[in-house]
Each structure stands twice: as C-alpha cells, then as structure tokens.
Design a protein around this ligand. Structure first.
Ligand code: ZN
Length: 239
C-alpha cells in the first residue's frame, strides 16, 4: 500500500485524526480535505489546522508523507440544513428519531467533492472516519451506504475509486486504542489537547479526555470511550 496516494476527510476531530494517522502509516502520500459548511462553531476549522501542524511537528516520518490540505467552502449545505450544528437549536431528537445534529446527506456530499478533487490530483483512495458502532443513527455513516456510494462514484468518474473507513466497526474505546497503537502516547496527547468533538463548541472545560461541555451527546460518547479504554488498559496484566 505504501506506493498509494490517499485523500483523507479531515475535520480535526478525534475520529478523523485517527483516520489520518492510519493513512499516514499506510500510504506513501496523503492529502487532506475539510469543509466549511456553516458550522455554528468555526472552532472545528481552526482545530484542524492546529492538529495538522502538531502532527507534522511531532511525527517527522508522517510529515514527509503529508501533502496539501484542501479546505473547501460549502455554505449552501449549512443554509439548507435546519440542524443544531448549523443553527442555535437545542440538541434533541427529531420526530424521525435522528438526533437533529444530523446534516442530511453530509457524507454523500463530502465524498463526492473529495472524489472530484481527487480526480484532478490523481487520488482515487478516499478515507473517512465514519463508524457504524456508535454512529447516532446517521444513515450516511453506514457501511452499506458508503459501499453503494463508492460504486456510484466509480461509475460516475469512470475510474476505480475506493472509500476506506478504518473505524467502521470500531467503538470509541477502540478508537483511543488505535490512536495509541499508531502514534503511541504522544498521539493520544495530541488528540486530547487539540481535537474537538463537543457539539456546543466548549473549549473551556478540560477533562482527562479533552475539552468539552461534558454533557452533550458527542462529549458523552467521547468520555465513555475514554473510560472504557482506561479500564481495559488497567485490567491488562503487566507481567
Ligand atoms: Zn459537549
């Protein structure tokens, strides 16, 4: 795989940071793409730049493989999505049973834009941090959705594209474990310190697992994963 090039959907969050580390261990050349779609908190857009710089500084072997970053503007997506990530609405379940943090079709659009960019740059391997295990019911995170999207992109671009999702069947505890396996405690530290998950954009409360309000669904998932991972680590015999 080390002769391949990959384009990673990188938001600066925990999942996409672990995916980026995975890609940097797997592929010879890795580029990143990020989307500004009218998030309430432009903190996500700032943290992704901080994380990229920190990864380059901390892991020289990855810095050599890390190529261009492509931030794209998709304000229309924010305008047509009446959700709590883009509007000052409370995070609650909508009538359909989906959390209203759901931006309809977001990942379909993200991968399609990534494929179009990759076409120009000779990159047909697209990597994303979608996950079925605790995916809050977002239907565009499902493996089945992405397999069909891969087929549609391959047909529509007339090139064999591959959508790679290293976290698809990994839970949040497993994601912390994967971070440690890929980049040791230094990568875990970078994720705790710089990655952003909180839906409310809280960067004032610091927990063991990082910054956040501690009570929104995203913080709860991240904290629970951290605790499960810590418990699993401490129960492993050292001898
Ligand atoms: Zn939060």
């Amino acid at each position: 795989m080390l002769d391949q090039r990959a384009l990673v959907l990188f938001s600066g969050g925990q999942d996409s940071t672990v995916c980026l580390a995975h890609a940097l261990e797997t592929y010879a050349h890795v580029e990143t793409i990020g989307f500004a779609y009218g998030q309430r908190h432009d903190i996500e857009l700032r943290t992704r730049l901080t994380m990229l710089a920190a990864l380059k500084e901390t892991f020289p072997q990855w810095a050599e493989r890390l190529g261009a970053d492509h931030p794209l503007e998709l304000p229309t997506l924010g305008r047509i999505s009446e959700t709590s990530l883009t509007r000052e609405a409370a995070i609650e379940l909508s009538q359909s049973g989906l959390p209203n943090t759901f931006v309809p079709g977001r990942n379909l659009l993200f991968f399609t834009y990534a494929a179009a960019l990759g076409y120009r740059r000779g990159i047909t391997t697209l990597v994303g941090g979608m996950c079925e295990t605790d995916f809050s019911g977002y239907p565009d995170c499902r493996n089945e959705t992405l397999r069909v999207l891969q087929a549609a992109i391959t047909l529509g671009m007339d090139k064999p594209y591959e959508i790679v999702t290293p976290l698809m069947y990994v839970d949040k505890a497993g994601t912390w474990a994967m971070a440690e396996r890929l980049g040791g405690p230094r990568l875990v530290e970078l994720i705790v310190e710089h990655s952003h998950t909180c839906y409310l954009g809280d960067r004032t409360h610091r927990h063991e697992w990082g910054y956040g309000c501690g009570t929104c669904p995203a913080c709860e998932l991240r904290a629970k994963g951290w605790e499960t991972w810590q418990r699993a680590k401490s129960s492993v015999p050292t001898s």
